[in-house]
Design a protein around this ligand. Structure first.
Ligand SMILES: NC(=O)c1ccc[n+]([C@@H]2O[C@H](COP(=O)([O-])OP(=O)(O)OC[C@H]3O[C@@H](n4cnc5c(N)ncnc54)[C@H](O)[C@@H]3O)[C@@H](O)[C@H]2O)c1
Length: 380
């Protein structure tokens, strides 16, 4: 793939949504802001680590005074309390119906700010600048927004596509190893559901991935990682898979459900782990969820054992967990029943792999079957 910008055009429910991937993507901001100046809601860690670049993006868009709110990143941001603070700030800034809100950060910031943008004055223009690998390959595309409430993950949300999504892998230079691993979980998922060749490419690089992601301290950035592997190519391919799915099925009536591979169990484990002392990140939870459904699919002869083993091997090479202490069965069932993908008529549908590149989105899995592939419950 040449080193120039890649542009992916989506049309979501009649609304154009453009993904720009490239080293100068942020400078395209003005093209997606019909009535400048926009307001910015920025992950404070990103603002601290990339001040010059953010300043340049803001200055390039408009000369007017910048209105910027800094917010803490991470899953704990996605609450009603933080949403209320954002509404308060939007009110203080007199953000009008024709204004644009620009979110800069990882999936947590994009989910929360996207929800605020979709509800503020019944919906204002939204632009996102994803700064994590997970956000660049997944969260930023497709217009889903969400917050956590009622002890559940993402039960409240909306569909509100960003008009522009400006992805520059340069932001990733400061990601901690854990955040790289989280992004890898979604990158691998995307390859599994829609791009066999991307999966084969990732798998071929498993030793290199293990070298950079395996031994690195979880909370530290990884020096030299950006130049060591073909990130831009991988991000572009994964973003294309997601764009194609959401283009075909914006409201998740069918094809888009494939993106939930590993997420049904993953969300339940993630929510459960946050009630206890060892919280799982989203990517870790999805990794365990994918490992479990591949094991179930292989056991049912639904997918080949060799594909399941390749997936487990790649996840482990990236330093991702493939099993976890099981929650008590009754708690697990409550968490699964609260899954937003549960339909009142059909119950909960699972995404089960048939092979790398193809999944079944209408499978059924019994909770007891899940427990077989999780560790014994922790003493906690
Ligand atoms: N809407 C969707 O379609 C969708 C899809 C997948 C995931 N998600 C959501 O995304 C969220 C996870 O997002 P995430 O993995 O991007 O994590 P995140 O947004 O929680 O960020 C993780 C950490 O990285 C920091 N960070 C962000 N950019 C950085 C950078 N460039 N350098 C250094 N640190 C940086 C943040 O401050 C935070 O501490 C979850 O809440 C998940 O539900 C949404």
């Amino acid at each position: 793939m040449p080193e120039q910008s890649m542009i992916i055009e989506m049309m979501l429910d009649g609304n154009p949504s453009t993904y720009v991937l490239g080293p100068l993507a942020g400078l395209e901001l003005g093209n997606f802001v019909p009535a400048p100046p926009p307001v910015y809601i920025i992950d404070q860690v990103v603002a601290q680590l990339h001040p010059d670049w953010i300043q340049q993006i803001q200055n390039n868009c408009t000369d007017a005074k910048q209105n910027t709110l800094l917010v803490p990143g991470g899953e704990s941001l996605k609450t009603m309390a933080h949403l209320e603070k954002i509404y308060q700030w939007l009110g203080d800034q007199a953000v009008a119906r024709d204004a644009t809100i620009v979110a800069v950060g990882g999936g947590s910031v994009l989910d929360l700010v996207g929800f605020a943008a979709s509800t503020w004055r019944r919906g204002v223009n939204f632009v996102s600048i994803p700064t994590t690998l997970l956000a660049m390959v997944d969260a930023a595309l497709g217009g889903k927004t969400a917050i956590n409430t009622a002890g559940l993950k993402n039960p409240v949300g909306s569909f509100h596509p960003a008009r522009g999504i400006l992805a520059d892998v340069g932001f990733l230079s400061t990601l901690t190893c854990n955040d790289w691993r989280d992004g890898m979980a979604e990158l691998i998922k995307t390859a599994i559901i829609g791009d066999e060749r991307l999966f084969a490419h990732l798998y071929a690089f498993r030793a290199d991935l293990a070298k950079v992601l395996g031994p690195s301290p979880a909370e530290e950035p990884i020096p030299g990682i950006l130049g060591a592997l073909p990130w831009r190519q991988w991000v572009g391919r994964a973003a294309s898979v997601k764009a194609s799915l959401v283009n075909r099925d914006f409201k998740e009536a069918g094809a888009r459900k494939a993106l939930n591979l590993g997420h049904t169990l993953g969300h339940a484990l993630e929510a459960y782990s946050h009630e206890h002392s060892h919280p799982l990140s989203h990517g870790q939870a999805v990794s365990i969820g994918m490992a479990v459904v591949f094991r179930i699919a292989a056991e049912r002869n639904f997918c080949s054992l060799s594909h399941a083993l390749q997936v487990l091997e790649l996840l482990e090479a990236c330093g991702l967990p493939i099993t976890w202490p099981a929650p008590p069965l009754d708690r697990l069932e409550i968490l699964l029943a609260g899954d937003k993908k549960t339909s009142a008529r059909e119950g909960l549908s699972w995404v089960l792999p048939e092979r790398i590149g193809k999944v079944n989105v209408h499978a059924k899995v019994a909770s007891k079957e899940l427990l077989r592939w999780l560790d014994a419950p922790a003493a906690d």
